[in-house]
Design a protein around this ligand. Structure first.
Ligand SMILES: O=c1ccn([C@@H]2O[C@H](COP(=O)(O)OP(=O)(O)O)[C@@H](O)[C@H]2O)c(=O)[nH]1
Ligand SMILES: O=C(O)[C@@H](COP(=O)(O)O)O[C@H]1O[C@H](CO)[C@@H](O)[C@H](O)[C@H]1O
Length: 336
């Protein structure tokens, strides 16, 4: 009988999950401030039009982890072509704000979250870098403490991914575990099928994670929303599963995009997965037949006959920034 799943996949994943899963409550800020012993820490927040939430996130980290306890050395907010007051609100709350396109000036222009994160890594200075999304509601500094715990207490850990329960707040109320839609419908199946060593990650697309700079600067950053799935796959190849860890951060509330937007996000994640399958020699072409995604929505004027729907076509192709170690000398990291 042809085995669909290698016999040893589950036990390996089970062992990794048991060995490299922790809970944020295992550490507190003062304990980690002691443990860091000269290791510097940056928090990098990618933010595109997050004026409603960025202030509380930055102020909480600044008050509790910069002023009250000296655990975090800098908070860098990457203004990702915002058209609202994100930059002003973030600066007023205590962040150093850098402009995504200023940091990458002189390099090919790229788009999306992955490019903002790469710019944030380039513009920050910490030995350890924690990434936090800028659209979080009810933010707690436990998110940062939990991500830093393994990195500041165990030299064998190179990268930590957060995980949490993800309620989905919508017009009909709150669905306790309805969030993480692209994770459950696209990313998790893709990783289980093609990278079963990563099947133990509870939230592979979580926007909260941290790593050692030397490791983060050694991998490429895929632009757009391909950045998280590519990072896990590339780190698996670069440092191996034993150097990867995950921490339970409790529950996460954030702004939810609509299904059409998540369809485009999912397509970017699939194109990114395809590129990593090509790296492994499992597909013969670096790109799928097309990166154009056609979607349909209710209404619209210029409809095709009998369609009674609006047609939209988006290019869901992604690019990637090379490892910072290969370009660091040309990146303009704005003065602090
Ligand atoms: O081009 C972009 C897209 C997103 N983001 C930020 O990346 C984080 C996660 O993005 P988003 O909320 O769109 O993703 P979701 O959480 O809905 O999957 C947020 O802080 C966004 O402001 C960004 O800096 N630049
Ligand atoms: O996990 C997911 O399915 C998506 C969408 O989450 P929701 O269905 O809006 O809770 O959110 C994540 O995916 C993005 C792509 O990797 C990350 O950039 C986001 O930080 C993360 O929230």
């Amino acid at each position: 009988m042809h085995l669909l799943t290698p016999p040893n996949a589950a036990p390996v994943v089970e062992a990794w999950t048991a060995y490299r899963t922790a809970d944020a409550g295992q550490w507190n800020a003062r304990q980690l401030a002691e443990a860091k012993r000269g290791t510097t820490v940056s928090v990098v927040i990618p933010a595109r039009n997050e004026q409603e939430t960025i202030g509380a996130i930055v102020a909480t980290i600044h008050r509790q982890l910069v002023t009250e306890v000296q655990l975090v050395d800098e908070i860098v907010v990457v203004d990702s072509r915002s058209t609202d007051a994100t930059a002003e609100v973030a600066a007023r709350a205590g962040a150093r704000v850098v402009d995504q396109d200023e940091v990458t000036s002189g390099l090919p222009r790229m788009d999306g979250k992955g490019d903002a994160l790469w710019a944030g890594l380039a513009a920050s200075t910490g030995d350890v870098v924690a990434f936090v999304d800028g659209d979080l509601r009810d933010f707690s500094s436990t998110f940062v403490i939990g991500l830093l715990g393994p990195l500041l207490t165990d030299r064998s850990v190179e990268f930590v991914k957060g995980f949490y329960h993800r309620p989905l707040a919508g017009a009909a109320g709150v669905e306790a575990d309805g969030g993480g839609r692209v994770t459950e419908i696209s990313a998790r199946p893709l990783l289980n099928l093609f990278w079963p060593e990563l099947a133990g990650f509870v939230q592979p697309l979580a926007g909260e994670y941290a790593g050692r700079r030397t490791t983060l600067e050694a991998i490429p950053f895929v632009s757009g929303y391909g950045v998280e799935i590519a990072m896990l796959i590339d780190l698996l190849d670069h440092v191996g599963p034993a150097a990867l860890a995950q921490v339970d951060l409790g529950e996460r509330h954030h702004r939810h995009q609509n299904l059409a937007a998540l369809g485009r996000m999912s397509a970017q994640i699939m194109v990114t997965a395809w590129s990593r399958l090509y790296h492994r020699g499992l597909v013969t072409e670096p790109l799928p037949p097309t990166t154009m995604l056609t979607q349909f929505s209710r209404g619209g004027d210029d409809q095709l006959p009998h369609l009674n729907r609006q047609v939209s076509v988006a290019d869901i192709g992604v690019q990637e920034r090379p490892p910072l170690t290969t370009v660091a000398q040309t990146v303009t990291a704005p003065a602090a």
